[in-house]
Design a binder for this molecule. Sequence first.
Ligand code: PLP
Length: 224
Amino acid sequence: MNLVEYQRIKNNLPSKVQLVAVSKTKPEEDIQTLYDQGQRIFGENKAQEMKTKHEHLPADIQWHFIGHLQTNKIKYIVPFVTLIHSIDSFELLKEVDKLAVKNGRVINCLLQFHIASEETKFGFAFNECEAMLQNPEFQQLKNVSICGVMGMATFTDDKELVRNEFKTLKKYFNLLKDKYFATKDDFKEISMGMSEDYPIAIEEGSTLIRVGSAIFGARNYAKL
Ligand SMILES: *Cc1c(COP(=O)(O)O)cnc(C)c1O
C-alpha cells in the first residue's frame, strides 16, 4: 500500500474527476485501510470477488465493475453495483437490464470502446455501438441507464499514442452525447486513465480514473 501516493493523487485531482481505487486481487484489509482514509469508490473486475468483498466491507462503499462481464456472472453484482464500466456488447446490456428488472433496480452503465491498438482489449467499435443505439430493442431497455463511455489505452511507453487513443474516446463521447444523449444529464462520464497514464487521461477529459497498482502496489496473480 502506498498511502502517500494515494493522498498525492487525491490532492491533485481536478474537482470534476473521481478516483476509482482498483482493488482487484487485493485483500479486504487493504480496502478497509483506504476506506479509513476516506475513499468510497472501489473497482473490481471479477464478479464473485466483488460480491464477497461487498458482503464483508462497509455498506456505503460504491462498487464499480471494470472488467469483462460474462452474462452468467451478472447476477452476483446486480443487487448492489453502483456502476458497470464495461458494457461491451448489446447482449450483455440486455442481460443486465433483465436482471435489473428482477432486482427492482436501475443499473448505471458505461459503454466500453475498443480504442487500443492491441487485439485483446474488449469493447465496441464505434459503428457497432451506433447500431445498438439505433436498434428499437435498445429503446425498450428501462432498467439500465447509460452514463457515458470507458476505454483502455494501449500498454506502451508511447505517450503520444496513448494521448491519441484518449482523444478518440473523448471524440466518441461527444458524438454520442450530441446524437443520442443530448437531453440526458446522466450521460456525462468518461472513464479513462490507469496508474501509468491517468495524468494524460485527465488532460484529455477523463471524469473517472481507475487506479490500482500505484495505490495498492503491484498485483500478484500467482497467489490467487
Ligand atoms: C486493473 C485495471 C485497472 C487498474 O490498473 P493499474 O495499472 O493497476 O492502475 C484499470 N482499469 C481496468 C479495466 C483494469 O482491469
